[in-house]
Ligand binder design. Structure first.
Ligand code: ADP
Ligand code: ZN
Ligand code: ZN
Length: 817
């Protein structure tokens, strides 16, 4: 009797590959163990044993495996089953799911992988164009293969670029980085040594009698350190003394106070948990009881709790119960980079039982967490993670929490598997007969609809903790303000007044400017021409501090022209505006205050994001200008005013989810204001002050927004009423994409008739010299999803068997976001 093993390979093959093994190997091997196997002419891959059997493959001779790499499985049976579900639901291969799931260190490949050197910051002047393109691409993807580089640069010989980038220390190649979680730099403050004697301090206080505010600060500092006998954080001092950062800065400048930093390590949690979880207030208590009631009947419950209602404290209670039953908990978050605050909070309660997992971790760290989860170790009872943590080897999962469940970044765009982590987590939980709690202040229409249909339990929490009022939201009419000349740059007089008042009372301000595609575009006032990227169908955006025009898709850049390239006119105007410009203007308007900016550009460096968040927490920033990064669940105690610079560009975005998203973004960013004691204030500037969504944001009327948006979704047959599969075609040749997409759409129409839309070019129809075209398939609720997919796969296969079409890349995206 001959023995065989089916092996899942980390490449997009439809089926697993069969290899021959000896009887002894057959005895030893189990599904979920790694083996290295030969493939093709010269390649060796690490693959995963799927099953062991005695059926020889029919169409090829089974080769022998090369090596067995594990003594025990590193992937569980449930995982394999879960991966198969992902592959079939999201129309990809199990190998692709495995690729996404396994830390790189588990997969040895005969292909070089290129990583960005984490802590370097290079300005693009230091890089040649092709180097810059690679550098940019590595910001979107943590690693690239040689093949990816050939695609991106559109040439075969990419080794010289790689070599130059290694020399410049911008990238490194396939080595392990051993590195722990990001340290947090906290700013502390102390009295200068010269004043520590009692006499010196007396003199100082007398000297300061003319500057009572400064004197207060010194006294407060003295009393805090006498009381606590510990280093004093700048934030403690500002809070206790109610002093602005300007006053503290003045004292530092005079040499009376000294500031210094202590590095606090966030992941290396030492010792026991420090505190018990908080006692819930009565609203929270009721909500918790309701959640537990729902869980008796449903597997999934949606918690709709307004911002700052204390949802996190509810999660903590639910986690405690699971830990008492020795169960594992998965706590999913949209983007882990944005969660240091939460890590600290959970560690305070649960100590070393919290493990953090996300793609920015080094491969070594990920292997560590993987093994802890696999062994059901005490050190990973609670996994706090981004998207990919649903792919971990859980042994005994009791609860999944999906926080900020509405976030679109739970959906992976590229590469396959294009899975939605929330929906994938629900399936995983079901496999363990575990419960799932979805939480949000602004639920997705999908989840709220499921709750309305009775598929999910629904629990509402409408009171902010401490009975802090919801922020007072005022909409400012930009058209009117312009007409009456009440604008300074992009700031209305109302916004300026509110900022002044807030700063005067030592509170902080957040200014929100959604940048996506709305950075300034240059337009000629004479002929209307605006400079375009030569590689992509998109206007170039203006970057002021470099005085350059840049393409946000491919990195192309040129110096800002002095005259219009079409008509020669010197009247060039920049339209629209981004965070950079808001920052500039804020600095000019409030020269005595510290203005900082948080967006992709300023958070690029290794600790860029950390530094800004910490500085805001510590009171080192008075006004923070930022993009949607600001919206994600951050808890800033001292922010009282939020300004939304321009609501219109979000609302006008060409996407059927634009209104829902705008509501979510604005409600979330508004929720950053007034989280403790004092009521927050929000100013929304818009040319359409009567827009329904703005009205609904200002009255915090989620239900009305839901009802109205759902009407549109019914009328236009969009999710969650219909399901959707988006098919994207990609090729350098415009004609090829056109012909291919037409052929495909026509075939689809023979099966799905009017439920096929397109082919259509997306708003940016060419990226990096590749043309894009989309076809949408809408799936009515009654239509079988698996039959639909079967039909699509069939069409897809016949498409790919046409010689002319084979070079076209086809991307299937199920439940596209
Ligand atoms: P959400 O996640 O709903 O936005 P949080 O859980 O962050 O709200 O709670 C908002 C603030 O209120 C936090 O600073 C939190 O520590 C505090 N808080 C919430 N519930 C309690 C409680 N039961 N006791 C003490 N503080 C609480
Ligand atoms: Zn012109
Ligand atoms: Zn471009």
């Amino acid at each position: 009797m001959n023995n065989f093993v089916d092996v899942i390979l980390p490449i997009p093959l439809e089926k697993s590959f069969t290899y021959a093994i000896t009887p002894a190997e057959a005895d030893f091997l189990q599904p979920g163990m790694r083996v290295s196997v030969p493939f093709g002419k010269r390649k060796i891959y690490t693959g995963l044993v799927e099953n062991i059997h005695q059926k020889a493959p029919q169409v090829y001779d089974a080769k022998e495996i090369h090596q067995i790499l594990d003594d025990t499985p590193i992937v569980t049976k449930v995982q394999l089953e879960h991966w198969k579900w992902i592959a079939s639901y999201y129309l990809c291969t199990v190998g692709e799911v495995m690729r996404a799931a396994l830390p790189n260190a588990f997969i040895l490949e005969s292909e070089t992988i290129i990583y960005r050197q984490e802590d370097v910051q290079v300005s693009d002047e230091e890089l040649q164009d092709d180097e810059f393109i690679v550098y940019e691409a590595l910001h979107h993807q943590s690693s690239l293969k040689i093949q990816d580089l050939m695609d991106i640069l559109d040439k075969k010989n990419v080794l010289p670029v790689i070599k130059r980038l290694i020399d410049k220390e911008v990238i490194h190649v396939q080595e392990e980085i051993y590195e722990k979680y990001k340290p947090k730099l906290v700013r502390y403050i102390r009295l200068n040594n010269a004043y520590t004697s009692e006499a010196a301090l007396q003199n100082l206080l007398e000297d300061l009698s003319r500057a009572p505010k400064q004197r207060d600060v010194v006294m407060t500092l003295f009393s805090i350190s006498a009381k606590t006998k510990k280093p004093v954080k700048v934030s403690e001092l500002t809070e206790e003394s109610n002093a602005s950062s300007a006053i503290i800065k003045a004292l530092v400048d005079k040499g009376i106070l000294e500031d210094y930093h202590i590095q606090t390590d966030r992941i290396q949690f030492e010792g026991e948990a420090e505190s018990d979880s908080k006692a819930l207030n009565k609203h929270q208590e009721i909500a918790l009881n309701k959640i537990e009631q729902c869980f008796e009947k449903e597997n999934i419950t949606l918690l709709h709790g307004v911002t700052s209602s204390g949802k996190t404290e509810l999660y903590v209670k639910l986690i405690e119960k699971q830990l008492n039953n020795q169960k594992q908990v998965l706590y999913l978050l949209p983007e882990i980079a944005l969660t240091t605050q939460l890590v600290e909070r959970l560690q305070e309660y649960f100590g070393e039982q919290v493990a953090v997992f996300h793609s920015k971790y080094s491969s070594h760290e990920r292997v560590e967490v993987w093994n802890q989860v696999l062994q059901n170790s005490k050190k990973a009872k609670i996994v706090l993670g981004a998207r990919s943590s649903v792919l971990l080897p859980f042994q005994d999962l009791g609860l999944v929490i999906v926080d900020e469940e509405h976030e679109s970044s739970f959906k992976q765009f590229d590469p396959a598997p294009r899975y939605h982590a929330r929906d994938t987590a629900i399936v995983l939980a079901t496999m363990f007969q575990a419960k799932t709690l979805l939480g949000s202040a602004t639920p997705s229409l999908e989840s709220y609809f499921n709750a309305q249909q009775g598929k999910y339990g629904l629990v509402e929490l409408k009171h902010r903790y401490n009975n802090v009022l919801m922020p007072d939201i005022e909409i400012v009419d930009l058209k009117d303000k312009h007409k009456r000349k009440r604008m300074t740059g992009h700031f209305s007089d109302r916004l300026i007044t509110e900022i002044q008042d807030t700063l005067k009372e030592n509170h902080q301000v957040i200014l929100f400017q959604n940048r996506r595609g709305f950075s300034p575009i240059v337009e000629c006032l004479t002929c209307g021409h605006s400079p375009q990227c030569p590689n992509c169908d998109v206007s170039l955006t203006y970057h002021q501090y470099r005085n350059q025009l840049r393409c946000h898709y491919c990195g192309y850049n040129v110096a800002m022209p002095k005259t219009c390239e079409a008509c020669g006119s010197v009247e060039l105007d920049s339209k629209g505006f981004g965070t950079e410009q808001v920052e500039e203007e804020a600095k000019a308007l409030f020269p005595d205050h510290k203005v900082a900016r948080m967006d992709l550009d300023t958070t690029r460096g290794k600790y860029g994001y950390e530094k800004i968040i910490t500085a805001l927490e510590q009171g080192d920033i008075d006004i923070l200008v930022g993009t949607q990064m600001l919206t994600k669940g951050l808890d800033f105690r001292n922010v009282r005013l939020v300004g939304i610079m321009n609501a219109d560009n979000m609302l006008n975005f060409p996407d059927f989810r634009a209104h829902e998203r705008s509501f979510q973004l604005m409600a979330q960013v508004s929720g950053r204001s007034g989280r403790t004691k004092e009521r927050g204030k929000v100013i929304i500037q818009s040319y359409n002050p009567y827009h329904r969504i703005l009205q609904q944001v200002s009255t915090n009327d989620f239900e009305q927004m839901y009802t109205e948006q759902m009407e549109d979704r019914y009328t236009y047959k969009y999710p969650p009423i219909y399901r959707m599969i988006k098919i994207t075609f990609k090729h350098k040749d415009y004609q090829k994409v056109n012909v291919g997409a037409e052929w495909y759409a026509k075939s689809l129409r023979t099966v799905f008739h009017e439920h096929v839309l397109g082919p259509e070019f997306p708003p940016v129809a060419r990226i990096r010299n590749q043309y894009l075209k989309h076809v949408l398939v809408k799936i009515p609720q009654k239509q079988s999803l698996s039959k639909t997919k079967e039909a699509i796969v069939k069409i897809n296969n016949s498409f790919l068997s046409v010689k002319d079409f084979r070079a076209i890349r086809v991307i299937l995206n199920v439940d596209n976001y």
